[in-house]
Design a protein around this ligand. Structure first.
Ligand code: NAP
Length: 280
């Protein structure tokens, strides 16, 4: 039976440390601050922003929410970002994705100052991540690495298979694992015989967005299985991209959903905001 990597517990420890540091900075008149920008009322996004703000509050990080209507014009959004870029109270700007279709998401993300890009999605930050000297590591990939490190799971020399190549998750996770000397294979929707490739992974990261896609037959015995996916079933239940029960009988380590990567993502957002405030 796999050992469970308890993201909720690890994140709580990290948040405790962040709270202490935030308190110290606040005492020096430099309270860390995060601005969350939410356009429209996508129900999942509303919940994500609420959770992120609640976590800020608990950690003593100032937060403000800019909730804009779905029909907001791109120029108005860019003006808001410009204002936040120049606001000394704000050290991190979070643009909650997805943005409405009429908005050019890349332009909006590029408008965020790289110094306040706590999601690590600005091309400058992606470039630095690629070079192996990141300023802000994107939150979910940073959370994945923090979970592996918490349990001192070996990375160097291991075969890591990452399913998914998005800018948000799969690609940066692959880079981070490669920088730590894993041998990486990245799979995506055009990959052939994905099951055979997955079975080679000492570390298997699933970031696909398809409920229970990774079955036990796709997992090497004893592998470390990191499930990034969040999928809602028709009955309302939340499940990951991994078929948890059978896979946990075969893997060596596994992250649950919920309570795995999700809480780590929020902890890393707080960490990036704190680091940004420390640099000012
Ligand atoms: P995304 O942008 O939709 O990317 C999905 C990736 O999976 C793409 O690279 C796609 O391949 C690949 N893919 C899709 N179907 C596939 C298939 N049948 N076989 C192999 N590869 C396939 O999604 P994302 O933003 O990376 O998110 C992935 C999942 O993680 C979602 O469930 C999301 O909700 C979750 N997520 C969780 C957190 C967290 O904090 N836990 C944070 C972010 C995202 P192509 O490139 O070929 O299209």
């Amino acid at each position: 039976m796999a050992e469970i990597i308890d993201g909720k517990k690890i994140a709580a420890e990290i948040r405790g440390r962040i709270k202490e540091e935030a308190r110290r900075l606040t005492a020096q008149g430099r309270q860390p601050g995060l601005a969350a920008v939410l356009v429209g009322d996508n129900p999942a996004s509303v919940i994500y922003v609420r959770n992120k703000r609640k976590a800020c509050e608990e950690a003593g990080i100032y937060s403000e929410e800019h909730k804009l209507p779905e029909a907001t014009k791109q120029d108005d959004l860019l003006k808001l970002i410009h204002r936040l870029n120049n606001d000394p109270k704000i050290h991190g700007i979070l643009i909650q994705l997805p943005l409405p279709k009429h908005v050019d998401a890349d332009r909006v993300l590029y408008a965020v100052s790289p110094k306040k890009d706590v999601d690590g999605l600005h091309p400058n930050n992606i470039g630095q991540l690629t070079m192996g000297a990141p300023v802000f590591v994107p939150c979910t990939p940073a959370g994945v690495m923090a979970m592996l490190d918490y349990h001192k799971i070996p990375i160097e020399g291991q075969r890591a298979v990452i399913v998914g190549r998005s800018n948000l998750v799969g690609r940066p996770v692959s880079l981070l694992l490669m920088h730590r000397n894993a041998t990486i294979t990245v799979c995506h929707s055009r990959t052939q015989d994905i099951a055979a490739i997955c079975r080679e992974g000492d570390i298997l990261v699933a970031a696909i967005g398809k409920a229970r896609f990774v079955t036990a037959e796709m997992v090497k015995p004893g592998a470390v299985v990191i499930d990034v996916g969040i999928n809602r079933l028709p009955d309302g239940k939340l499940v990951g991209d991994v078929d948890y029960e059978p896979v946990s009988r075969k893997a060596g380590w596994i992250t649950p959903v919920p309570g795995g990567v999700g809480p780590m993502t929020i902890a890393m957002l707080l960490k990036n905001t704190l680091e940004s405030a420390k640099r000012t």
